[in-house]
Design a protein around this ligand. Structure first.
Ligand SMILES: CC(C)(COP(=O)(O)OP(=O)(O)OC[C@H]1O[C@@H](n2cnc3c(N)ncnc32)[C@H](O)[C@@H]1OP(=O)(O)O)[C@@H](O)C(=O)NCCC(=O)NCCS
Length: 182
């Protein structure tokens, strides 16, 4: 399987999606120290340099294996890091899952919506994905808004779906098929 990393074409004039760089490490630690990210994602909390270093290693491994990629969302004008977006592939079924976070100061400006649209276009195009999934914690209205704005359909409740930070959590499953992306 070919290694996976975001192509240079993942940009829309406002944001770009690019691979994480070692030089982003301190910025990443700073941005991920955020209560909303701790509450709604599986990203470790507290988030220190140690977690960031481990993340760079595991991300490089999943990209080399071609099974997933976690990338930076940056400002297209000045490369400032605005968030993160990732894809996990299930090649045997031509499906993938998208996940994301946006830095607190950059929220409510459509950044996550733009990032998910770019990742979805890549997934449905070059990566030949036929179904993109999105899982949100029940009650995460901001993330549900992103799903809705990109055209995802709500499929249902996944009870006790994951163990996150020591607790079992219910998730809402959304999916997007190639002709539904808006
Ligand atoms: C969820 C998250 C990524 C959204 O990022 P964002 O860039 O602010 O999202 P967008 O600006 O693209 O918002 C898209 C739509 O979502 C909805 N939305 C966004 N934030 C919202 C909020 N706090 N409350 C209610 N609806 C919200 C709105 O409908 C919005 O459209 P509008 O601004 O035109 O009304 C961000 O809030 C975040 O990082 N949260 C913590 C981590 C997280 O929840 N990650 C997702 C895990 S599944």
């Amino acid at each position: 399987m070919a290694s996976l990393s975001p192509p240079a074409s993942l940009k829309d004039g406002v944001i770009a999606i690019r691979s994480w760089r070692q030089s982003d490490l301190l910025r990443l630690v700073d941005l991920l120290e955020d209560p909303a990210i701790a509450r709604w994602t599986g990203i470790p909390a507290p988030y220190t340099r140690r977690e960031a270093k481990l993340f760079f290693k595991t991300n490089a491994r999943q990209e080399a294996m071609g099974v997933g990629t976690d990338s930076a969302i940056v400002d297209a004008a000045d490369d400032d890091v605005l968030g993160g977006v990732g894809l996990k592939l299930h090649p045997a079924h031509s499906t993938a899952e998208v996940g994301y976070w946006v830095a607190a100061h950059a929220r409510r400006r459509g950044i996550a919506t733009r990032a998910v649209r770019l990742m979805a276009r890549w997934a449905f195009g070059d990566l030949e994905v036929m179904r993109l999934e999105l899982l949100t914690h029940v009650g995460n209205e901001a993330s549900e808004g992103v799903a809705r704005r990109c055209g995802f359909q709500r499929e249902g409740l996944l009870r006790s779906a994951r163990l996150m930070k020591g607790e079992r959590v219910d998730l809402t499953l959304f999916s997007l098929l190639p002709d539904e992306l808006i």
